[in-house]
Ligand binder design. Structure first.
Ligand code: HPA
Length: 272
């Protein structure tokens, strides 16, 4: 299904029909992290299937719905069940949820994902703030005719808000939660990488690798939103460990660190 900008307005109207408050902040939940939305108070669930233009996810561990509610006393929306380029969606559909939450009023975006650790210090269970990214899928939701209100040539000198990142790191320290910061490299997938690719990505300066997040960052920055990204390192990247990579292991590690990640996310939202 191709992206039609009119659907954003229609989907926003359909969401408002559920009587939800305008969210200040949107959180996109990655693989194995969907349950973070259970922390929302007074949750109102809006199924993606009710929203015109909203893409549907096909990956296990990802359900398509928006969960509106309060987190740390703030109006937020959780995007559960992000869709990925490798599922075959046009890239402008992949970032439809970002345009939608922006249309609903969100001006801050907290992106989470599961990623493979390339930096040797980033072992499974590490929480990594994304300091910068490498777009190794060479794709962008901004390609094609510019959409209303979006720049033709987007500045990406600071894709992840440096002040928000500094504040989030301080909050993590205050809560005794260990974190790292690093560079996330986006590959199109859906296969995991080869050991030779991981060696190449190491040379390029990547600390972690995954199949999401960058399109959403590009879309959000084009709309003027502030972005914070947190990767859960769920496995050593290909060739760095002894085991073959397995999506079930990715989900399981995501579940193990979920409590720490949830504490971190709640504290960051409270301090935002
Ligand atoms: N590679 C790509 N995507 C991933 C990985 C990985 O090793 N782990 C979790 N998502």
């Amino acid at each position: 299904m191709d992206f039609d900008p009119v659907d954003v307005t229609r989907a926003a109207d359909a969401v408002r029909d559920h009587g939800v408050s305008a969210p200040e902040l949107a959180l996109v939940l990655g693989s194995g992290l969907g349950a973070l939305a259970e922390a929302a108070d007074d949750a109102v669930i809006v199924p993606a299937a009710d929203l015109p233009g909203y893409p549907t996810s096909t990956v296990s561990g990802h359900h398509g719905q928006l969960v509106f509610g309060q987190l740390a006393g703030r109006d937020v929306v959780f995007v559960q069940g992000r869709v990925h380029l490798y599922e075959g969606h046009p890239i402008r559909s992949v970032t439809f949820p970002i345009r939608l939450v922006h249309a609903l009023g969100a001006r801050r975006l907290l992106l989470t994902n599961a990623a493979g650790g390339i930096n040797h210090q980033f072992t499974p269970g590490t929480l990594m703030f994304i300091e910068d990214h490498i777009n190794f899928a060479f794709a962008s939701p901004l390609a094609g005719p510019p959409l209303e209100g979006e720049p033709r040539f987007l500045d990406l000198s600071a894709p992840y808000d440096p002040d928000w990142l500094d504040r989030a790191e301080r909050i993590a320290v205050e809560h005794g939660i260990g974190t790292q910061r690093g560079v996330y490299l986006w590959t199109r997938g859906p296969s995991y990488e080869t050991p030779a690719e991981i060696r190449a990505f190491q040379q390029l300066g990547a600390d972690a690798v995954g199949m999401s997040t960058v399109p959403e960052t590009l879309q959000a920055r084009a709309l003027g939103m502030d972005v914070l990204g947190i990767s859960t390192i769920t496995n050593l990247a290909a060739g760095l460990g002894t085991e073959p990579l397995d999506h079930d292991d990715v989900l399981a590690v995501g579940r193990q660190v979920r409590d720490d990640l949830m504490r971190l996310v709640q504290a960051v939202v409270a301090g935002t």
